[in-house]
Ligand binder design. Sequence first.
Ligand SMILES: [Zn+2]
Length: 58
Amino acid sequence: MMNCRQASILLSAQQDGPLTLSQRSRLRLHLLLCNKCRNFNRQLQFMRDAARAPAHWE
Ligand SMILES: [Zn+2]
């Protein structure tokens, strides 16, 4: 089982490109069990969506 530090690294990496299948499944398992990292993931997705928004408005 990965720890929170490893999970946060994968969550950040995920913003830049797809993870491998094994990285994704280990990350999913961690997110299922870890509320802290779920919140972190939500924040990352929110920021990513916010950063992407202006492109849609042009
Ligand atoms: Zn965690």
